[in-house]
Design a protein around this ligand. Structure first.
Ligand code: ADP
Ligand code: ADP
Length: 218
């Protein structure tokens, strides 16, 4: 199963991706996580990406495309993968299609998580993440057992630098102008699976499984 998951910042892509990869046993490739890991390790890529991310803008395509294309060529991706946060521009989508074509394969589905804009800011500003294992929580919608502490490893949860309210607003507008056109792009290819992401986390996942199951039975 070769999948991409689309949606505005805070839609629940990462949350659903975690369940999808468990269910379908494919690698989870999150470009946001790749950049954050590079920033943490102080690599050249991390240094280059950080200024764009802190401002709520997109990292330039030439820094993103190669990383993702190299990653999907790795052995563990030969039976499938889930791309989360990529593609984010039409150029990225075209480059991905060309790379898959060269590998004699193609995407199976593009999952589009639709969420009312008024919910997005609260979801992103209330997001807390574990700096150790990457688990995502929400201060009220999906809280850890003990406030501020990761359920898995006891680490102190942090807020992402780009989850401050002003930056979230900027990211949503960047999404509208640069990424939302991909919905029509994948619709045109007959790959789009729209899912109502304003529902509870478990219900969103049920709808994704149902949609993917239907597509597989076709
Ligand atoms: P994205 O990867 O699209 O930016 P996340 O999966 O990190 O989004 O989710 C953003 C925040 O919203 C997190 O704090 C997460 O716990 C919370 N969240 C995710 N899905 C839902 C949902 N269906 N209902 C309520 N809160 C959600
Ligand atoms: P969210 O899930 O909340 O939308 P991500 O973790 O996917 O956030 O991405 C965080 C930031 O990393 C983005 O705002 C952007 O600066 C950068 N980024 C991630 N993926 C891409 C991409 N495919 N192209 C350009 N920039 C990206």
């Amino acid at each position: 199963m070769r999948l991409v998951i689309l949606g505005p910042p805070g839609a629940g892509k990462g949350t659903q991706a975690a369940s999808i990869v468990k269910e379908y046993q494919v690698p989870h490739i999150s470009t946001g996580d790749i950049f954050r890991d590079n920033i943490k390790r102080g690599t050249d890529l991390g240094k280059k990406a950080k200024s764009y991310m802190d401002e709520g803008g997109l990292v330039p395509d030439e820094l993103v495309n190669e990383i993702v294309i190299d990653r999907i060529k790795q052995d563990d991706c030969k039976d499938g993968f889930l791309l989360d946060g990529f593609p984010r521009t039409t150029n990225q989508a075209v480059v991905l299609d060309a790379a898959l074509e060269a590998m004699k394969t193609k995407l199976d589905r593009a999952i589009n998580i639709q969420v009312d804009t008024d919910l997005l800011v609260n979801r992103a500003t209330g997001r807390r993440v574990c700096p150790e294992c990457g688990e995502t929580y929400h201060i009220s919608n999906n809280p850890p057992k003990e406030a501020g502490i990761c359920d898995h490893d006891g680490a102190k949860l942090i807020q992402r630098d780009d989850d401050k309210e002003e930056t979230v607003a900027k990211r949503i507008s960047v999404y509208e102008s640069q990424t939302a056109p991909l919905i029509d792009y994948y619709k045109g290819q007959g790959l789009l699976l729209n899912v109502n992401g304003s529902q509870e986390i478990d219900q969103v996942f049920e709808d994704i499984k149902k949609g993917l199951g239907e597509s597989r039975n076709q």
